[in-house]
Design a binder for this molecule. Structure first.
Ligand SMILES: Nc1ncnc2c1ncn2[C@@H]1O[C@H](COP(=O)(O)OP(=O)(O)OP(=O)(O)O)[C@@H](O)[C@H]1O
Length: 260
């Protein structure tokens, strides 16, 4: 279980998140973190990952407060995939995933097997890229490798900042299916920043919607994504209607008011 209580995050004098509490996130679930540009989604993820200083509140992972945990404890339990990936180094895809795996297992003395890396690459649909150099990949391919580097570490808490932004439609669905499956089977708590509300409606178990660092709504995607939240938070006139397979989809009819 993952519990965020009265979280406060500031950059210097500027408070971005003043007092954020959410219902505990359950093991084996995928939570979509939604909100407009600049609402504090990346700031929240970075704070949860220990990369931005938390100035108040508690972040409890299985009753352990991560705000006071050691670097090793965090590294073993929390993995964060940033929105923009660092410049690719001249390593083969396979090597880079193996390095990522072993970087987090130093605390356990364990190491990921070659077979586990190859299997994950295959499941992500990039087995054919294993021997290619990172700096020769397309943007979407690099994003998939970044996901492999995060997932191979099998953390308790997996924090992904817009991990689908460079992926085509087929890969978006495929990656979300895989994340849902891995999260359930391995008992992860996965939090994903998304701008595509339809992905959240289709794949997320739980949803947090924030604006200006404040929680506007939380609950199932169907509860949170509604004509009123589309209007209030995103400034658009929209509906949520089932597609031919009964899965709810957002339909945008127009722009309300400029929100910025
Ligand atoms: N390092 C920083 N120093 C100061 N302010 C920052 C810093 N990083 C982000 N901010 C500010 O914090 C606010 C929230 O930014 P954040 O990146 O968390 O938003 P976001 O919801 O992830 O946005 P987007 O959807 O555009 O990625 C913004 O107003 C931004 O200008």
């Amino acid at each position: 279980m993952f519990d965020i209580r009265h979280l406060r995050v500031a950059y210097g004098e500027r408070t971005i998140i003043s007092d954020l509490s959410v219902q505990p996130l359950q093991t084996g679930t995928v939570t979509a973190l939604l909100g407009p540009n600049g609402s504090g989604k990346s700031t929240l993820l970075k704070a949860l990952a220990g990369l931005t200083r938390i100035s108040g509140g508690q972040v409890l992972l299985d009753d352990q407060d991560l705000t006071s945990a050691s670097f090793e404890t965090r590294a073993r339990q929390v993995v964060y995939l940033p929105q923009s990936l660092p410049a690719a180094v001249h390593l083969r895809v396979f090597e880079s995933v193996l390095v990522a795996a072993n970087a987090s297992t130093f605390a356990d003395g364990g190491s990921a097997s070659v077979a586990a890396v190859q299997s994950l690459l295959e499941r992500l649909g990039i087995g054919h890229l294993a021997m290619q150099y990172l700096d020769s990949l397309s943007g979407g391919q690099k994003q998939l490798v970044g996901l492999a580097q995060a997932m191979i570490r099998r953390p308790r808490l997996l924090l992904l900042d817009e991990p689908l932004s460079a992926l085509d439609l087929n890969y978006q669905f495929h990656v979300m299916d895989l994340l849902n499956q891995e999260t359930r089977e391995n008992g992860l708590i996965t939090v994903i920043v998304l701008h595509d509300l339809n992905i959240a409606l289709r794949h997320a178990d739980y949803t947090l919607m924030i604006r200006k660092g404040e929680l506007i709504a939380e609950g199932s995607p169907r509860e949170v994504i509604s004509p009123s939240s589309l209007a209030d938070v995103y400034g658009v006139v929209g509906r949520v209607e089932p597609c031919s397979r009964g899965i709810p989809q957002v339909l945008i009819d127009g722009l309300h008011n400029p929100i910025h």
